[in-house]
Design a protein around this ligand. Sequence first.
Ligand SMILES: [Zn+2]
Length: 151
Amino acid sequence: MVEINISDEVKKLAEERGIPVEQLKEVVQQGEATGEKLIFEDQNLAKKQIGTTTVYVVYKRSGDVIDVVTAYSHRMEEKEVTDPVPDDVQPWRCNKCNKNTVRASMNVSYLGITRQAPTMVCPDCGASYFEEHIVTKTLCTAMCLFEKKRA
Ligand SMILES: [Zn+2]
C-alpha cells in the first residue's frame, strides 16, 4: 500500500488554489498506476482532468511513501500542441518513453477564446504538461481577463 503524505503547507496551498486534498491523491494515484508522468531528478509530475479542471501534482516517491511537493490547476481546455522546438530540451522527461520533453506551445481555450501557452511535450508520445509558473501566472492571468471581459 502506498502512503501519500501531504504536509500542512501543501494542504494550505491547495486550499488557496481551490484544489481538494482528495484530488491531489487521485492525481498521484493515476500517475503511479498508469506511469503517465514526467520525471526530473527525484520529482514526478502527473496531471489529471477532473471535471473541467486539470489538476497537476508534483511529488516525490521513496519506496511506498509519497510526499506531495506542490499542486496547481487550471480550468482551460487543453487542446493541440504546436511548434515543438527539438533543440529546446527541458529537464523533465517522459516516464513512458524515457525521453526528455522539449519546449512547445499548447492551445488552451476558455469561454470560447483560444490562447497559446508554453508547454513541455514528449517528442515521442506527445504527452504535454504545463509547469507551475505557467499555470499560476500566464494561464490564471489570462483566465481572469476572460472572466472580466465577460462580466
Ligand atoms: Zn512520451
